[in-house]
Ligand binder design. Structure first.
Ligand SMILES: Nc1ncnc2c1ncn2[C@@H]1O[C@H](COP(=O)(O)OP(=O)(O)OP(=O)(O)O)[C@@H](O)[C@H]1O
Length: 241
């Protein structure tokens, strides 16, 4: 169970005149997320990634608390991250090792497997994402979509209790996007999916619409998506009058 209580996230940012001022990125937000499938949608810059990153302690609240199964992300960050796997939008923010095999093996390190078992598990994980033949080639040689698949494979291989995925299919072709959508829908664990893909969002049990750092809608997906369409149209008009 994920709990956000009176959470706010702020940052210091320079004014045009060079002075620093505090800006509100998110909140106040209070949520209890217990559903199996939660989707988060919202316009560019609305605060979705900030919300997602709070869930595994990548972003810490400036006020309020975030807990996962009772563990506070501010004080038990490492324990939270062992439970909550996070897939970044940009695989290059996540993939750190020279080859796909080494990258997946690195994420498996904390499971305490011996080297042979770790390699076997890593090769198996890569195979499930069509990357078996690319296991030992330099990551830099992979296409952007292949790197995104690698990032998903590396996180899922660790079998986290909760998966938070921030636009995990943006670089994927139709076939792989459908594959990842099906996979995320079939996972036994809780999935919080940030997405611009409304077809994927409508299949969630609960939808959050984030607007200007606040949760503007929280409930059934279909009416929430209608609300989101209106909001986006309005925000777009404000930006491009
Ligand atoms: N350090 C910072 N200083 C000022 N503003 C910031 C800072 N970090 C993030 N922001 C702003 O916070 C807002 C929320 O960003 P966030 O990445 O959460 O948006 P998002 O909804 O995920 O957007 P997208 O759909 O484009 O990925 C954005 O307007 C961003 O510019």
């Amino acid at each position: 169970m994920i709990e956000l209580r009176d959470v706010q996230v702020t940052a210091w940012t320079p004014d045009p005149d060079g002075r620093e001022r505090v800006v509100r990125l998110l909140g106040p937000v209070s949520l209890t997320l217990g559903e199996h499938r939660v989707a988060v949608v919202g316009a560019n810059g609305s605060g979705k990634s900030t919300l997602a990153r709070l869930l595994n302690g990548l972003v810490l609240p400036s006020a309020g608390t975030v807990t996962v199964d009772g563990l506070d992300t501010a004080t038990r960050g490492a324990d939270v991250r062992r439970r909550v796997g996070f897939v970044f939008t940009d695989p290059d923010a996540q993939v750190v090792m020279p080859t796909p095999l080494e990258d997946v093996a690195l994420s498996l390190r904390r499971l305490g497997l011996d080297d042979a078992e770790r390699e076997a598990r890593a090769r198996d994980a890569l195979g499930r994402f069509g990357l078996g033949a690319l296991a030992d080639v330099p990551v830099a040689a992979l296409s952007a979509g292949q790197r995104q698949l690698l990032a998903i494979a590396a996180v899922l291989a660790t079998e986290p209790d909760v998966l938070v995925a921030d636009e995990p299919t943006t670089l994927l072709d139709l076939g792989w996007r459908a594959h990842v959508d099906r996979l995320l829908a079939s996972l036994p664990q809780q999935v919080v999916l940030v997405t611009h893909d409304l077809d994927a969002a409508v299949r969630a049990e609960r939808l959050l619409v984030v607007d200007d750092g606040l949760v503007a809608y929280d409930g059934e997906p279909a009416p929430g998506i209608a609300r989101y369409r209106d909001l986006v149209a309005r925000r777009h008009e404000e930006l491009l009058p």
